[in-house]
Structure formats: structure tokens, C-alpha cells
Ligand binder design. Structure first.
Ligand SMILES: NC(=O)c1ccc[n+]([C@@H]2O[C@H](COP(=O)([O-])OP(=O)(O)OC[C@H]3O[C@@H](n4cnc5c(N)ncnc54)[C@H](OP(=O)(O)O)[C@@H]3O)[C@@H](O)[C@H]2O)c1
Length: 290
């Protein structure tokens, strides 16, 4: 299998699961565009992947995906530089200890995990539609179960970092479900992948206050166990579902589907299928994307 001649963009491709996803796709000979916030880190990651895979077509771009102006600049750069895009992997995910607003006045985790994939996919749709069968892959996470509190979509009422992160991932899935419905028949497919647990910068950076109160006593134990149980091999494993969706010929017809970490189609959570949840989240994304 080769992705020669195809252009793939991976947000958060400079570290963690995104970098392993980018590495896997570079091995398949795609032109890979990595996105991170820091130019030094992004260039270093591109050079590392070029060296490791022997693929010289790994480029780095910078954008902070929590900023509306960066999302627009990124989409303009991608469109100007590559013209068309075969695969967009909205991989960046953010957890915060406390509620913070972005410069656009959006709660930060909601901005990164829900509004950014919504906005970037919209802005890049013309480039995606220039190829016959473009693929968009949104990465979920946390424990994607339970309810979505429509009164607390941006943590206005209560905020416990990891619980809120979980809700943003359900909201991402609800937005993705609707987006997929709207893309049906356009030639662009959109799916959601669950990567599986991996001890990356995201988990390493979690403070004790990010955990729900009841879980806090076991956090010291988790900090000892997670690096052993979910080290580098887990990070590589966690890249598989998105690499499958991005590259496999069998994935060509998959659309509007939620895949688990073993790349198997899985039932969407009830909260995601709920029409009121989906309509409310879509309308909020429309408003916040500006
Ligand atoms: N790790 C897990 O156990 C796990 C489990 C389930 C799902 N997931 C999901 O999988 C995805 C990847 O997770 P991960 O653990 O690899 O995360 P991570 O380690 O935090 O990812 C780091 C990458 O994200 C980039 N990034 C972070 N914030 C950004 C921002 N505001 N704008 C642009 N880039 C940003 C970083 O770029 P720079 O630092 O270079 O700017 C780096 O490339 C996320 O969606 C996460 O929710 C993770």
C-alpha cells in the first residue's frame, strides 16, 4: 500500500500520538504536513520523520489551534502551498486544570477539541473536494460515554478538567456525526477514531486538580504505573486507527463511522446520537467559528 502523491495534514503532528501517526503515513510515502505551535519543535519533528522514514516530503507548519486567526492562516497556507488535500487528521486534543478563555473568548479545551476541528474542516473543504475521495478523521478520547450537559458546554457552570475534557470529546463526536451527514455525497468522508491510552505529554502534564476529587487518592499510583503500562509502544499502537482510516483501501467507503482503537466500527454513544445535543453543538460551533 502506498500513499505516494497524496497529501496528509496531521494537527499535533509534532508530538505524542500525532507524531506516530505522521511517521506511519510518511512510511507509506505520503506528503505529510505536521502542525504544531512552536516552529523549532515543528521543524525538528519534520527533520526526524524525514530521516527515520527516508521520505523527504515531510513539512512543518505552525498554528495554535485554539486561535481563530491561526486556523484561518493555516488553511490559507495549506491551500496556497498544496492546492488540494487528501487527508485531514484533526488530532490535537487539550485538557486544562481550570477554565480559561482563548483570545476569542472560547473555553480553551472546547476551542481545541471541538471548534478547531469544525473550523479547520470547513476552511479546508475546497481543498479536500479537489481530490476524488478525501478523508477527514477526528480523534476522540477520554471515556466517550455518559451525558452531555448542554448548559455547561464551555464549563460555565462547573469545571473539573478531565470530566470536562470527556464532555468535549463527546461534543466533538456529536459535531462529527452531523458533519458526516452533511458531507454525504460530496466525495469527502468523515469518521471518528479512538486511539487508545498512551502516556504522552497530555497525560504527563495533568496536575492532581485536573482529576475528579474521588480519583485524586490514586493519582500517585497512576503516575508510577502509566509510564510503564502505556509507554512508547502504546503511543505507536494508538496511531493505528487513524493510520488505517487515512490509508487503507478498505477504509475508502467508510463514512460517518466511529472506530475503536482496534479500527473496528463501534456504536456511537447515546449522547452523540441525541438530535437535540447534535443540533445545539452544531449551532454553537457555527457561532464560535466566526
Ligand atoms: N494520550 C492518550 O492517552 C489519549 C487517549 C485517548 C485519546 N487521545 C487523543 O489523541 C489525540 C492526541 O493525544 P496525545 O496524547 O498525543 O496529545 P499530546 O501529547 O498533548 O499531543 C501533543 C501534540 O499536540 C500539539 N498541540 C497541543 N496543543 C496544541 C494547540 N493548541 N495548537 C496546535 N497544536 C497543539 C503539540 O504541538 P506543540 O507542543 O509542538 O505545539 C503536539 O504536536 C488527542 O486528541 C487526545 O485527546 C489521547
Amino acid at each position: 500500500m502506498t500513499l505516494n502523491g497524496k497529501t496528509v495534514l496531521v494537527t499535533g503532528g509534532t508530538g505524542g500520538i500525532g507524531k506516530e501517526t505522521a511517521r506511519g503515513l510518511a512510511r507509506l510515502d505520503a506528503r505529510v504536513v505536521l502542525v504544531g505551535r512552536d516552529p523549532g519543535r515543528a521543524d525538528a519533528a519534520a527533520v526526524e520523520l524525514q530521516r527515520d522514514t527516508g521520505n523527504g516530503n515531510v513539512d512543518a507548519l505552525t498554528a495554535d489551534l485554539t486561535r481563530r486567526r491561526d486556523l484561518h492562516r493555516l488553511a490559507d497556507q495549506v491551500t496556497a502551498r498544496y492546492g488540494s488535500l487528501d487527508v485531514l487528521i484533526n488530532n490535537v486534543g487539550v485538557t486544562r486544570e481550570r477554565r480559561e478563555l482563548t483570545e476569542d473568548g472560547i473555553e480553551t479545551a472546547f476551542a481545541a477539541n471541538v471548534v478547531a476541528p469544525y473550523t479547520l474542516t470547513h476552511l479546508l473543504l475546497p481543498a479536500l473536494k479537489r481530490v476524488p475521495a478525501a478523508r477527514v478523521i477526528n480523534i476522540t478520547g477520554g471515556i466517550p460515554r455518559g451525558r452531555i450537559n448542554l448548559d455547561n458546554l464551555q464549563g460555565e457552570k462547573s469545571y473539573v478538567g478531565l470530566s470536562f475534557y470527556n464532555q468535549t470529546k463527546l461534543a466533538l463526536m456529536a459535531m462529527s456525526y452531523t458533519f458526516a451527514e452533511r458531507l454525504t455525497g460530496t466525495g469527502v468522508t468523515l469518521n471518528v477514531a479512538y486511539p487508545g491510552h498512551a502516556y504522552t505529554a497530555m497525560n504527563q502534564g495533568l496536575t492532581i486538580h485536573t482529576y475528579p476529587t474521588l480519583a485524586r487518592p490514586v493519582v500517585p499510583l497512576l503516575r508510577l504505573a502509566l509510564p510503564v503500562l502505556y509507554g512508547h509502544r502504546a503511543v505507536v499502537k494508538a496511531s493505528r486507527s487513524s493510520i488505517y482510516l487515512a490509508s487503507s483501501p478498505q477504509a475508502q467507503g467508510i463514512h460517518g463511522t466511529y472506530l475503536n482503537s482496534r479500527s473496528q466500527p463501534t456504536a456511537w454513544p447515546d449522547a452523540v446520537r441525541d438530535q437535540r445535543n447534535r443540533d445545539t453543538i452544531w449551532a454553537l460551533c457555527e457561532k464560535l467559528a466566526g
